[in-house]
Design a protein around this ligand. Structure first.
Ligand SMILES: [Zn+2]
Length: 283
């Protein structure tokens, strides 16, 4: 049975027809004026509804040319509604649910939309964690998809607990690359000091946490994992999906975790920017 999502009322109010969705994308993509996706020239002819021809190179484009949506046949409003869904759901996205609540037609389409949205999330701006950061690897078993995610995890230590986090699939990286990609140089890495964790890359400081008897090994990390599980932030993986896609489930989890104090509208805009910017594929 279809579950009504109350947050769609606002969406249906703002994007009451397809043209409003197109206008929104247009303004987001070309906030500083239209630009040819091929040569960056700013002058164009309008050669049809949503179609533009560059006065410099003659390239004909639409609002989605040169974005991750460029081969999509779905109406813009469905893409926006899907991004709205991900931004408003506090737990991880689910393709079956998306198919039903957004009326995407088939499970196959829902999966493909979800993959593109997660790829967009992975292109969103990421700030490196800094100052004092705890690093470890953990096995997180999700009740939602039954999968055990073996992941490197980094947690920023702030005065009253934890700040931002980063996670990457253990099989897809190594300890030092993970640190360099996710943590600002000069930071202090706190670890349990066992095996590989006893050394950090150059330009990082190491602080080994001494385990007191009876205490949890790395309490802050356990708190973060508890929050991830309680909020069902991890568990959107399809059976037999690749490591790359599994990594994107971790990206979605971190994206939502790190924006836990932000409004859904701000996540919505970020996801859409990830879809239409930083992406060039005009072949
Ligand atoms: Zn051009």
């Amino acid at each position: 049975m279809e579950t009504k999502k109350s947050y769609f009322e606002e969406f249906d109010h703002i994007f009451s027809n397809e043209q409003k969705s197109i206008d929104y994308l247009y303004n987001l993509r070309w906030a500083n004026g239209w630009e040819c996706p091929r040569c960056s020239h700013s002058e164009h002819w309008k050669v049809g509804n949503m179609k533009y021809k560059c006065k410099e190179c003659g390239y004909q484009s639409t609002i989605i040319s040169g974005t991750s949506l460029q081969r999509s046949h779905l109406p813009a409003s469905k893409w926006l509604k899907s991004a709205w869904y991900i931004a408003n759901e506090t737990s991880c996205a689910n393709a079956l649910e998306m198919m039903n609540v957004i009326d995407l037609g088939s499970y196959h389409t829902a999966l493909s939309v979800l993959d593109k949205l997660r790829a967009a999330i992975s292109r969103c701006e990421k700030q490196k964690l800094k100052d004092t950061v705890i690093v470890d690897d953990v096995h997180i078993k999700s009740d939602t998809d039954g999968f055990t995610y073996h992941t490197y995890i980094a947690v920023e230590v702030i005065e009253n607990g934890y700040g931002h986090i980063s996670m990457e699939l253990h099989s897809q990286t190594d300890y030092h690359s993970f640190i360099r990609r996710n943590i600002a140089s000069g930071s202090t890495i706190r670890t349990n000091g066992i095996n590989i964790y006893a050394r950090v890359p150059e330009k990082y400081k190491l602080m080994v946490i001494n385990k007191k008897s009876g205490s949890k090994l790395l309490p802050l990390i356990e708190d973060v994992v508890d929050e991830i599980l309680n909020r069902r932030l991890l568990g959107g993986r399809q059976s037999a999906c690749s490591d790359k896609k599994t990594n994107m489930c971790l990206e979605e989890c971190c994206f939502k975790f790190n924006r836990r104090n932000k409004k859904a509208e701000s996540l919505f805009e970020e996801i859409l920017l990830g879809m239409i910017k930083n992406y060039q594929n005009l072949n």
